[in-house]
Structure formats: structure tokens, C-alpha cells
Design a protein. Structure first.
Length: 95
């Protein structure tokens, strides 16, 4: 699944349960499977607690961390695609 850049917004699915333990998150999926996320993935997941675009998330992470924009964008896209493939994040309707 390809993540769309620009105005397309994404959000953590309401059927997922997220438990943060230190710098790691455990995401319980509707299928009762779980994903274990590292600190970077947890930061990205947290950002999508509300509907937002990839671009907005990249901007927020650039303001919070001293990182290269190309690296952050690639990480956000990779993690959103991974979470979408598991049903943890979904694309929001326009508007």
C-alpha cells in the first residue's frame, strides 16, 4: 500500500489498543495479534493519534529532533505503510 503525500490524512485505527512501556509500544490489533514498536516508530504512531498528513508529521518530527528531512520522511512513510498493512493506521476521508 502506498502512502500518499500532501493533504491525505491518516490516523491510528480506533480498534487498536496501544500500550507504551518506556520507549517501546505494543499495539494490539483487531486480529488479536500485536506489533512491538521501537522509539522512532512509537513517536510516529503517537503523531497519528489524530488525523494528520505525512507532511505535517514530518514537520513536527523535524521540530522535535535534529534529523535529516529525507531520513525522517522515509521513516514516516515506511512505518505508516507497515502499520497500514497490519490495520493499525488507516487513511481518513478527505475533509
Amino acid at each position: 500500500m502506498d502512502v500518499v503525500h500532501g493533504p491525505q490524512r491518516y490516523q491510528v485505527d480506533s480498534k487498536c489498543f496501544v500500550a507504551e512501556v518506556g520507549e517501546v509500544s505494543m499495539v494490539l490489533l483487531p486480529t488479536l495479534e500485536y506489533l512491538e514498536l521501537d522509539e522512532v516508530s512509537t513517536s510516529i504512531l503517537r503523531a497519528f493519534g489524530v488525523p494528520r498528513s505525512v507532511d505535517d508529521t514530518v514537520t513536527e518530527l523535524l521540530a522535535a529532533y535534529e534529523v535529516d528531512e529525507v531520513v525522517v520522511r522515509a521513516d514516516v512513510v515506511r512505518i505508516v505503510e507497515h502499520l497500514m498493512a497490519h490495520g493499525a493506521i488507516h487513511a481518513c476521508a478527505p475533509g
